[in-house]
Design a protein around this ligand. Structure first.
Ligand code: NAP
Length: 257
């Protein structure tokens, strides 16, 4: 049975570049996102340049039923998942009471609930492969509270904490469980999250291909926490050293007019 890398949010940004890199390294791909047309266009494009098997599954990760359906289809088609990349994510921006409930609950469903659900379903599958693994995508936002992106920052803290806990739990099971913490990256994310203050992050914006290359290398070396770029490493170090009260003031100012 062929082995596959399952990548959520593979139709754009970091997920797309991760799909390209795993494909270039001869891994078969399972691409997941909501927009079926975009997904199939990418499947065609990658199939033309890569010599690997590529499957595409439409799935809205905000819905448990969609995740269960995705799992059933993958089992039904006998696709053996060796690596799970929980990359799909979304953000929201603004003062807490100005963001509607639906947006923030959807954010929690996609960024927190779905990765938990996906790991519950796929870790038992991955355990049957040799040296399989999970790569979760958090953010440098995971290391501090984030005024005006409060729900997003809190969700990413969950992602890093669950990853590090599971990494320890599965240490003896031959599964690598790693987390990527990108800083501001040039993708559709900022536009989709309606981030209006991105002029401040422009100087430190990384290209998603570069972030994905660092992620791939780090994951293959089984590095627990992967932070791409020197600026982001410095940011994370400072976030760990400085008190949250101070960080809140700085981030609030950065996210304000
Ligand atoms: N860009 C940044 O500055 C940055 C910084 C730190 C961390 N990150 C994290 O990096 C990850 C990738 O983000 P990106 O920057 O590459 O963003 P992106 O370009 O907006 O890509 C997001 C991907 O997730 C998919 N997606 C969104 N909601 C989904 C849902 N409900 N169900 C299934 N798929 C869904 C999107 O496809 P569909 O719309 O077709 O579903 C798309 O393929 C996210 O977890 C994000 O939080 C990004």
């Amino acid at each position: 049975m062929k082995e596959y890398v399952l990548i959520t949010g593979a139709s754009s940004g970091i997920g797309y570049d991760l799909a390209c890199i795993f494909g270039e390294n001869n891994y078969n791909l399972i691409l997941v996102a909501r927009n079926e047309k975009k997904l199939n266009d990418i499947k065609r494009k990658l199939s033309n340049k890569l010599k690997v098997d590529i499957r595409a599954f439409q799935c809205d990760l905000a819905y448990s039923e969609d995740i269960e359906n995705l799992y059933s289809k993958i089992l039904h088609e006998n696709l053996k998942v060796k690596y799970l990349i929980n990359n799909a994510g979304c953000g929201s921006f603004g003062k807490f009471d100005n963001i509607d409930i639906k947006t923030d609950l959807n954010l929690i469903d996609v960024n927190v609930r779905s990765i938990t659900h996906m790991m519950k379903l796929f870790i038992p599958v991955i355990r049957k492969t040799s040296n399989g693994g999970v790569l979760n995508i958090a953010s440098t936002a995971a290391f501090s509270p984030g005024p005006y992106m409060s729900v997003y920052y809190a969700c990413k803290a969950y992602v890093i904490n669950i990853t590090e806990a599971l990494r320890e739990e599965f240490k003896e099971d031959n599964i690598k469980i790693c987390v990527l913490c990108p800083g501001p990256t040039n993708t559709n994310f900022q536009v989709n999250a309606k981030v209006t203050k991105n002029s401040k992050v422009k100087p430190i914006l990384m290209e998603s291909r570069k972030v994905a290359e660092i992620a791939y290398r780090g994951f293959m070396k089984n590095k627990g926490v992967i932070i791409p770029g020197y600026n982001n490493k410095i940011l994370v170090t400072l976030s760990k050293l400085l008190p949250n009260k101070f960080l809140c003031k700085v981030i609030k100012r950065a996210n304000s007019n």
